[in-house]
Design a protein around this ligand. Sequence first.
Ligand SMILES: NC(=O)c1ccc[n+]([C@@H]2O[C@H](COP(=O)([O-])OP(=O)(O)OC[C@H]3O[C@@H](n4cnc5c(N)ncnc54)[C@H](OP(=O)(O)O)[C@@H]3O)[C@@H](O)[C@H]2O)c1
Length: 388
Amino acid sequence: MKPRSVVILGSTGSIGRSCLDVIRQNPGSFAVRALAAHSNVELLIEQYREFRPEYVCIVDATKAKALAQALASEKVRILVGDSDLVSLAGLPDVDLVVNAIVGAAGLKASLEAVSHQKGLALANKESLVVGGPIFRPMIEQGKATILPIDSEHSAIWQSLLSGKRSEVRDIILTASGGPFRELALERFGAITVEQALAHPTWKMGPKISIDSATMVNKGLEIIEAVTLFSISASKIKVVIHPQSIVHSMVEFQDSSVIAQLSRPDMRLPITYALFWPDRVRSDFGRMDWADVQKLTFEPPDLAKFPLLRLAREVAETGGDIPAVYNAANEIAVEAFLNRQVGFTDIYRVVAETVAQTLPTAEPTVADILAADSEARVKARKSLETVRC
Ligand SMILES: NC(=O)c1ccc[n+]([C@@H]2O[C@H](COP(=O)([O-])OP(=O)(O)OC[C@H]3O[C@@H](n4cnc5c(N)ncnc54)[C@H](OP(=O)(O)O)[C@@H]3O)[C@@H](O)[C@H]2O)c1
């Protein structure tokens, strides 16, 4: 069989590296056509030397010279900047685009991939959160092939194969609960960056780690599922499952619940997406059943994690409001990671920004991008009041 031709956007991140590991472990199955990163030029060069793509792209122009110098003797095309990165998602003769970029910065590449009828292996959940009003009709009309990499959505996707869409009663999204599941609310004010980054079950990039600590990640996943599976937010339940073994479930009308289980290892959902519609033999995440002590489930504490409740309201409002929620969160998380504000300020900034915005019901891409920019301005203003 001809190897699948793959573009990997965000190749230097946690998902990008796991994706390359899956490709490494399956020699002959994939040809890496292009790799793209934001600024980690050293790792991008290393990845080029191993996978020999035709294109490498760096978004941060200040790193372009270093990239060009290091690869001067190589037959590779070097691209620089946002729009060059987006163009890679539409390259001819590419089968699959992996979008492993973090944040709303991934939206344009997802739109480009889908508009060129590429298979889109999507880790960048923000694309579906921000671009929901654009992607949902395309998915419903069969005009977009989106293969979710997020472990929960991969689990739902796999579980949905057990019945018809009309037979689905509820989707049950599992959540580890993050590092503060057992911490008393009174102690949330003193949470440090290091504590928030220390996820109990998954090793991930910094932004999604903080999103897991605030449970914004689960909120974004509700909105992602609404778009991806064309289902109303009221049919998506969240349950805390600290062991991260059951990756999500679907309950059908007859009360049967179908789940997908594995040890937490993102290389398993990546393998499923990259080889879809086939399943291949692989040991990533393989269970050792003698080791499973117990699987527990409990409801989320919405007093401790108010942004999860807000995400549900935002999902129900729809339009450009999910883009506002996401943009404000990106700004607040960045400020927290830079130690400019405290952990609980993230909630304040996001809630204030959402409250200050009137929704646009059926936004265009331009409306969404404008809502995203305006929300960032409002969130920064809100941060100023926190800092004073
Ligand atoms: N990590 C996980 O286990 C996991 C699980 C489920 C879903 N996800 C989702 O997958 C996405 C990636 O997460 P991650 O944990 O892999 O993040 P990460 O480790 O921070 O990696 C992000 C990647 O995106 C690149 N990047 C950052 N800003 C960019 C920009 N403005 N334009 C283009 N590229 C940019 C980074 O390049 P540099 O390295 O050069 O900065 C890096 O390659 C997120 O949407 C996350 O929610 C992640």
